[in-house]
Design a protein around this ligand. Sequence first.
Ligand SMILES: Cc1cc2nc3c(=O)[nH]c(=O)nc-3n(C[C@H](O)[C@H](O)[C@H](O)COP(=O)(O)O)c2cc1C
Length: 188
Amino acid sequence: MSKITFDKPGNFLYPLPAVMVSCTDKEGHNNIITIAWTGTVCSDPAMVYISVRKERHSYPMIKETGEFVINLPSEDLTYALDKAGCTTGKKIDKFKELGLTPAKSNIVDCVSIAEAPVCLECKVTQVLELGSHDMFLAEVVSVSVDEKYLDEKGVFHMDRCNLVAYEHGAYRKMADTIGTFGYSVRKK
Ligand SMILES: Cc1cc2nc3c(=O)[nH]c(=O)nc-3n(C[C@H](O)[C@H](O)[C@H](O)COP(=O)(O)O)c2cc1C
């Protein structure tokens, strides 16, 4: 294999999730921001991060309340996912424009997106100023999933949610399963 090296190193860590983060300010205004710089950082306590530029309308909402919800988009929410990332809450009410429903969350005061199949309620524990983006490290305090993806035994099937992946500017469908955790060492 022969590789070329880019002159300027950049963010080439793909695929990753692109998510719709909902937030509510202290006056009760709701907003949605699309975030691709997000990920899991710890299992116990369950912790995630989102990285947000200071100039985003959502930035002070999350900074001041210390709360946000990560809403995982299903394929049918791809248009809304993109539009929430190309428009600002400074000018429009994104819930209204995108036809999405603000739903009361379990623990946090900010709203979740009712149409999203999976919602992770988060409380910020640290804000790291990194450069272009500030990283909000947060604990996941509640997880809700659409009950239609539970089977008769109550087992949640995430593969049935048709979640969206983000790869270098493109929204992509999840592909076929090509292995499962531990399959390489499992006894046949
Ligand atoms: C796919 C995608 C991923 C994005 N990821 C981020 C991100 O990780 N951090 C960020 O600050 N902005 C990100 N953006 C840009 C914001 O979503 C965009 O500036 C949005 O208009 C901000 O909304 P707001 O001003 O209402 O907060 C992304 C946009 C798209 C379309």
